[in-house]
Design a binder for this molecule. Structure first.
Ligand code: ZN
Length: 380
């Protein structure tokens, strides 16, 4: 007897290479059956013929400290609408306001929220349409000691360190906020995610500092501070970018409102440089476009010619590996009972990037349903 059986969906599990029509059964919060035809019965049996079943989607770059920060969106509403079972909040909170995030948002949420803690004591505190304060410039807030203490006390939820550098996020502070972040990450033995925006500092100088396992988000941003250089028609992926990939730095999309351009993506993909992870950077100012959500970000890569199996991997196995949570992001008997149910819709879909370039796509992924902890959370 199962709690839930999803019958006859196209089950794509990148970790095992599985891509076939199958049944997936859930019992006691875990995946209990995966195969051609589940012989048992369940309290809830759902025919998902024509739909895609994937491991629970993981959005590696979100802002969900709703109410505690001006940029936060409501985690459960976003999760249910977009079939994202795990959201990584990237730096909304710092040591000074993490306890409220934990108690008022993360613990009551149905969705799984994991955290990259900002080195800035107050997190990202001045981010709205009219108020935009670069927290990285206020170095009095960069207390490595407090950040380490908070991480040590909350290792069940905190999976890494976040820092934001660039003219918008750290003003004139240069690489110093990143250097402090790296010291913290070293002390706690966790990865660091670095945001990059306008120079200075340069893309090359920034990526050169990242260690194996660290994550560069906004990796496919437009000029200036793009991952390529050279005149129009002769662009080349920067040597520092290739070197960083070689040593194991992770390149994340983090679409957001200003950080993903088709032009950059085409150059990168044509030279064999696909992103490691695809994330939305959903926040108060990007949720109504151009980022919208994770399935929209994934659909943009489908439209650029990336295979669906690779697109799904970039939002399941790859982010799970990046946050060192191999229990998440795959479907296997005995494993975490999270699954996303998606529809690969056919038609004509207008997908716009941050530079205002529109692609009319023939396919796009849409959220259809979601299983969390072995229970139907959103019915398809
Ligand atoms: Zn962000």
């Amino acid at each position: 007897m199962y709690d839930v059986i999803l019958r006859q969906g196209r089950v794509i599990d990148p970790k095992s290479g599985h891509d076939a029509i199958a049944d997936v059964g859930f019992a006691a919060g875990k995946v209990a059956y995966m195969g051609a035809s589940c012989p048992g019965s369940a309290a809830q049996e759902i025919d998902v013929t024509g739909l895609i079943v994937t491991p629970g989607l993981i959005d590696l770059h979100t802002h969900v400290y709703w109410g505690g920060t001006s940029l936060g969106v409501d985690a459960d509403a976003f999760s249910r609408r977009d079939a994202v079972t795990t959201m990584i909040d990237t730096g909304s909170a710092g040591a000074g306001n993490f306890p409220g995030f934990r108690k008022h948002v993360i613990e009551p949420a149905t969705a799984r929220i994991l955290v990259l803690l900002h080195v800035s004591f107050a997190g990202i505190y001045g981010f709205s349409k009219r108020v935009m304060v670069p927290e990285g410039q206020e170095l009095r807030l960069f207390s490595a000691e407090d950040c380490v203490e908070t991480i040590e006390a909350n290792r069940d939820l905190i999976v890494g360190v976040k820092v934001r550098i660039g003219r918008n996020a750290s003003g004139t502070a240069g690489l110093l906020p990143l250097e402090i972040g790296l010291q913290v990450a070293d002390r706690v033995g966790l990865p660091l995610m670095c945001h990059i925006d306008f120079p200075p500092p340069s893309y090359a100088d920034t990526v050169a500092l990242l260690r194996p396992g660290d994550i560069l988000t906004h990796a496919f941003r437009p000029f200036p501070n793009a991952p390529y250089h050279g005149a129009a028609g002769h662009e080349k992926v920067r040597d520092e970018v290739w070197a960083a990939r070689q040593r194991g730095v992770i390149f994340d999309i983090g679409h957001g409102m200003g950080s993903f351009s088709y032009h950059t993506a085409r150059i990168m993909l044509s030279q064999g440089f696909a992103p490691d992870t695809i994330s939305s950077d959903v926040h108060a100012l990007s949720q109504f476009g151009p980022a919208f959500d994770l399935t929209t970000s994934l659909s943009k890569f489908l439209a650029l010619g990336v295979k669906i199996q690779d697109v799904i991997a970039a939002a399941t196995t790859a982010p799970a590996a990046a946050i060192r949570r191999p229990d998440l992001g795959h479907l296997a008997v005995g494993g975490v009972g999270d699954a996303s149910i998606l529809r690969l819709a056919e038609g004509s879909f207008d997908l716009v990037d941050v530079e205002g370039e529109h692609i009319m796509a023939e396919h796009r992924l849409l959220a259809a349903g979601m299983v969390m902890g072995g229970k139907i959370c959103v019915s398809p």
